[in-house]
Design a binder for this molecule. Structure first.
Ligand code: FES
Length: 567
């Protein structure tokens, strides 16, 4: 097989001419023939003026290049789609698969012997790993790293748990207009991804456990010199892959995916990681079993004390011993034989346990933050295919409905309806009700946004209500907290039972029984089902392709034709 710049040359009947042409064009950029004869390491450059989390990508790319050059390769950076949470409409999730498709196509189509994927913000790392598995080119993940917390008037702040905390206080009337404006400039003050154990940090940890980057690469702060050394090493790692190629799919096995699930639980990590992990695993033909998640959750303690569920920030986690220290505590729950890109088994990567650990942030097994895992899956007549609750970020007093009759639902038909009515003084709602949002799943025009953290209605917030049960078929930001049931499947737009719920219906939640049931008679449901009509189809473009191909949350909300079974 051809290597370097000669890989995948266009075949118009004269392959030698195609390579000659490619080299002569490459020479216009000033490369010598000796450089053009080297193995090529592609570098996915996701810098964008619309992605603050990737502000440091240019210097990371330079450091990767250093690592490639020092090891005899030719580094060639190229752009792909870049996604940052706050800047996309209807939401970033709607475009994760587009980024995966773009990245896969550009990695597979251009000449490179290995690739370094520079990502960081929530959707970028899963998109890049999905792409790597499908493209089949040996790949190294390099995350941008978390932002550092800001010292501000006696407290520490970082996006985005503190953003939500302050905004909730502002809605409740505890924080003035002037104060919220002042805090706006103090929440995110360095380069890097959200500084808590949100989705970006969780996915960075899972990328490390799966073996696509070193363990400490998940948490080294974006502005720390270590981050640049990790980038240089990513270049060197890519060159080792040139010498000893590893198919990305070979790292995504039943055992490594289960290790990732266990890690997610012990981190008290983001619910979004479940959808993303299912999508990455799905590209390798591995299924994430949500019932198995419950079994793992029962035996896996939460050991990391970070926001949004605890106190610390990612920079504390890194200084406290990081992922290695946490994994060491749960090594008996892991398959220690799963390899990384160098073929080193996880057990060896963990070392001998003689590392420094700050127990304020990485707890000992005997003194966990919680004796059971952060996430549970609920099943029942409202969620035949499952729903997720992050119990580590929820209020235990709300885990069980107060009676067998469940609680009354206040239903919103979609995100526009939610925005229009949630703060209305006329909204008939009490703290004991369930706020239920439908038509916000992957098939809906909303595209599965992180709107599952429905705001507490202003009139209840002002009366001091901090949490109430909320349910939907969409996601919640990994930086959020509350008693929030998410990813209800099948979603409303697919005609699932959620589509049939009306205000006044009663729903019973039992975290103890992992149950979520709609208490409406079969006859009435049949009547409503007969009257139900699907939402209008988008006519063209990406939206139409998504509507035709997107799968449900338990399958990772990937596009069917991009999976091995759907292709
Ligand atoms: Fe990019 Fe939070 S907005 S990681």
């Amino acid at each position: 097989m051809a290597h370097g710049l000669a890989r995948g040359a266009a075949n118009y009947g004269d392959r030698d001419f195609a390579i000659y042409l490619r080299r002569s064009f490459a020479k216009s950029m000033g490369y010598s023939r000796a450089m053009l004869d080297r193995p090529v390491v592609g570098i996915v450059d996701t810098r964008s003026d619309l992605n603050n989390c990737h502000r440091s990508v240019p210097e990371l790319v330079e450091a990767v290049k250093r690592g490639v050059l020092a090891n005899g390769g030719l580094p060639l950076a190229f752009p792909t789609i870049s996604l940052c949470e706050p800047y996309l409409t209807p939401c970033s999730m709607h475009y994760r698969n587009l980024m995966a498709l773009d990245t896969e196509a550009m990695v597979a189509a251009q000449p490179m012997d290995a690739v370094v994927l520079v990502g960081g913000c929530d959707k970028t790392v899963p998109a890049q790993l999905m792409a790597a598995v499908s493209a089949g080119v040996p790949a190294v993940q390099l995350v941008t790293g978390p932002m550092s917390a800001n010292r501000f008037q006696g407290e520490r702040l970082a996006a985005c748990t503190d953003c939500r905390r302050y905004w909730a206080r502002y809605r409740a009337g505890d924080v003035s207009e002037a104060r919220i404006a002042e805090v706006e400039g103090a929440l995110a003050t360095t380069a890097g991804t959200c500084g808590v154990m949100g989705t970006a940090s969780t996915m960075a940890c899972l990328a490390s456990v799966l073996g696509f980057q070193p363990l400490d690469a998940a948490s080294a702060p974006a502005v720390h010199a270590d981050r640049l050394r990790i980038a240089e090493e990513a270049g060197a790692q890519a060159m080792r892959l040139v010498a000893r190629p590893v198919a990305p799919a070979s790292l995504v096995t039943g055992a490594s995916v289960e290790n990732a699930l266990t890690t997610l639980l012990a981190l008290g990590g983001s619910t979004n990681a479940l959808v993303h992990l299912a999508a990455i695993a799905g590209r390798a033909g591995v299924r994430v079993d949500l019932r198995r998640l419950n079994a793992l959750s029962d035996e896996t303690p939460v050991l990391v004390d970070l926001k949004p569920t605890g106190e610390g920030y990612m920079e504390d986690f890194h200084a406290a011993g990081s992922l290695r220290a946490m994994l060491w505590e749960i090594r008996d729950l892991l398959d220690l034989g799963t390899p990384d890109l160098d073929g080193v088994p996880l057990g060896e990567r963990l070392g001998d346990g003689a590392h420094f650990v700050d127990r304020a942030y990485v707890r000992a097994r005997a003194e966990p933050v919680s004796p059971v895992g952060g996430l549970v899956t609920l099943f029942g007549s409202l969620a035949p295919d499952g729903a997720i609750l992050k119990r580590s970020a929820a209020t235990p007093a709300l885990f069980e409905s107060q009676s067998e009759e469940g609680a009354r639902c206040v239903v919103f038909d979609g995100v526009e309806d939610l925005a229009a009515r949630i703060d209305s003084d006329d909204l008939d709602v009490t703290q004991a009700d369930i706020l239920l949002l439908k038509n916000a799943g992957p098939l809906s025009p909303a595209g599965m946004p992180d709107a599952g953290y429905l705001p507490i209605p202003k009139k209840l917030a002002r009366a001091g209500v901090k949490d109430m049960v909320r349910m939907s078929d969409c996601r919640m930001s990994g930086t959020a907290f509350g008693t929030v049931v998410l990813h209800i499947a099948p979603e409303a737009a697919a005609g699932g039972p959620l589509a049939l719920v009306e205000t006044g219906d009663r729903v019973r939640l039992s975290v103890a029984n992992r149950a979520l049931d709609l208490l409406v008679g079969e006859e009435e449901l049949a009547r409503r089902r007969a009257a139900w009509r699907p939402l209008a189809e988008p006519r063209r473009g990406w939206d139409a392709l998504v509507r035709r191909e997107v799968m449900q949350a338990p399958e990772g909300a990937d596009l069917r034709f991009l999976t091995p079974t759907g292709a």
